[in-house]
Design a binder for this molecule. Structure first.
Ligand SMILES: CC(C)(COP(=O)(O)OP(=O)(O)OC[C@H]1O[C@@H](n2cnc3c(N)ncnc32)[C@H](O)[C@@H]1OP(=O)(O)O)[C@@H](O)C(=O)NCCC(=O)NCCS
Length: 138
């Protein structure tokens, strides 16, 4: 495995959206293009992409909100899962946050995604026993 990790570029967007659909992190009620553009709007967040042989095989959106770090859209190409790429992308996301002085990172896992929960637990994440409440503002 030889993964090159960098910030997303304009040319990557369609490939990242395809990766999100293939891996199941895209949801019908979220617009991936809008989410990517919003993550890229300033220096508080980005989308990291992982490339192997020039092909995008992994992603992680990472950012900080002035208090905590957050990670979203952790996605590995289905045929490349369980080979350490997820762990590598999470290390990159955590490194991005540490460089900016962020000392705690959190993320959301859907209650029916037991595999993702196992993955994050393996990486040292634990359930905060909090409930996420959400409201759409527009
Ligand atoms: C979840 C996901 C990001 C994990 O990435 P990955 O590259 O497959 O994971 P890694 O190979 O780095 O796994 C690291 C460790 O996590 C654990 N793990 C990973 N996937 C697991 C699974 N499906 N079930 C149980 N444990 C798992 C294992 O302990 C693994 O180590 P091992 O392979 O030596 O046993 C990837 O499977 C994925 O993209 N899934 C679909 C999208 C998704 O659910 N994203 C998370 C949204 S919250």
């Amino acid at each position: 495995m030889n993964l090159a990790i960098r910030d997303i570029t304009d040319d990557d967007i369609s490939h990242v959206v395809a990766l999100w659909h293939a891996s199941g992190v895209a949801r019908p009620w979220n617009d991936p293009g809008r989410d990517i553009a919003f993550a890229r709007r300033d220096a508080h967040s980005t989308v990291l992409v992982g490339l192997d042989g020039g092909q995008i095989v992994a992603s992680a959106m990472v950012g900080e909100d002035g208090h905590r770090g957050w990670v979203y859209y952790v996605a590995i190409a289905p045929e490349r899962q369980r080979s350490g790429l997820g762990r590598t992308m999470m290390q990159a996301a955590e490194g991005w946050l540490k460089q900016r002085g962020v000392w705690k990172v959190q993320l959301l896992v859907r209650a029916d995604n037991a595999q993702a929960a196992s993955f994050y637990e393996q990486l040292g994440y634990s359930d905060t026993r909090s409930v996420c409440l959400q409201k759409v503002l527009d």
